[in-house]
Design a protein around this ligand. Sequence first.
Ligand code: ATP
Length: 467
Amino acid sequence: MEQSCHAIFDSIEEGVFTVDLKWRITSFNRAAEKITGVPKMEALGRPCLEVFSADICQNNCAIRKALKENRPVFNLPVYMNRSDSRRIPIAVNATILRDDKGRMIGGVETFRDLSHLSELQRSFQEPRVFEKMVSKNNRMLEIFSTLKRVADSSCIVLIEGATGTGKELLARAVHKHSPQKKGPFVPVNCGALPDTLVESELFGYKAGAFTDAKMDKPGRFARAQNGTIFLDEIGDIPHSLQVRLLRVLEDGSYEPLGSVRPAKTNARVVVASHRKLDRLVGEGKFREDLFFRVNVIKLTLPTLSERKEDIPVLAEHFIQRFGRKKKKRILGFTQEAMAALMRYDWPGNVRELENAIEHAFVLCQDEKIGLRHLPDTVLADIHVAIGNAPATLKEIEKQAILRALQRNNWKKLVTARELGINKNTLRRKIVRYGLAAKNQGRSHDKTSRENPKQEANRSGTPGRVSV
Ligand SMILES: Nc1ncnc2c1ncn2[C@@H]1O[C@H](COP(=O)(O)OP(=O)(O)OP(=O)(O)O)[C@@H](O)[C@H]1O
């Protein structure tokens, strides 16, 4: 009987060990040997703290927790240090062992190796390249994944997003995946055209329509025939023209200036705005009927500060792009420079980041881009953050780490990701700068977090899709 119990014990895939009242290991199965890297004969009789070296052991022992709360602990995600110093993520269960009379005689802990799972998770978080866009942000990935279907339909697409978030790039991607991809892509920045010119630019004119109209000029709708017209900053279209625009969007017909016969367009329409169109409707600046017409499929691009995990991804992407273009090899960023990029708010979003990297790329003669290569705007933010006292690079780094930790509620994994550094490096720096002692109680190690599933953002109108 005892033999078969041992056989069962050793065949379990989860690591299992038991301890007595002095916290000494009394049994240790084969999977525990494999996961910890400690042979059973070495483990037996030793304090569990010496053998099972996990982050929780010192202050947050799972068996003590089970004892204190008088109930088993399930699936506690922690990191453990194997005997070969490798840190691996595991999930721990713990419970108290009692005799027939209910008296505690020890505890049992079981644990699962989650390394494969976290590798899988990491691979899901690898950046994706879609057309010319790169991102690893969930909201962006959701947009990438719906885009092909959206492009395939002939619906009007509305793209909302702050300046520089990639609206035009996305509009081009819609065009490239649409049935009209062989036709032209015609962008019109409605905000950049004087009100008096918008009409003739969009719809064109006939010779003699006005004094300087010596010959016919086709408008952008005519040029976008069989292709896509991209109406950027549609919120800036003068109110007086919005009715005419509504008509083209409804049935494709419009009248060039000075023409008596209506023209027809079959162009696919993509529109964009850096302001929320429903607000403009509320303010009386945008016609409600036109809003309903364009708000069929809405894609909302997050700002760069809402997707900080994209900063290292995009920065690397731009370095490589400039490297290919300018035939110069730069390997990456120093940690201080990356920390500064992560700290800054990027009001101009991806465009501003792209310009900052180009600036640094031109100045940099080293292997890596450092703080001194970054534009003043990015650095000014750091100086403000640390006050006007003279600062060393170390002080700047310390402040950047401190702020990132505070921003992320002292969660090391997320903070390390945000700063673009390895978690062990972050751990070392926390100790080096004395940030751990004060705040250790608040820090957590979790094997998985983040990735809140971004809910599709339904607009108020039935049948309309928002991403
Ligand atoms: N996800 C991305 N990956 C790579 N490059 C990007 C990405 N998003 C934007 N860019 C780059 O950032 C710059 C700005 O993008 P784009 O012009 O599409 O932004 P926009 O929202 O249309 O700006 P604006 O509102 O000022 O017209 C471009 O050079 C574009 O190539």
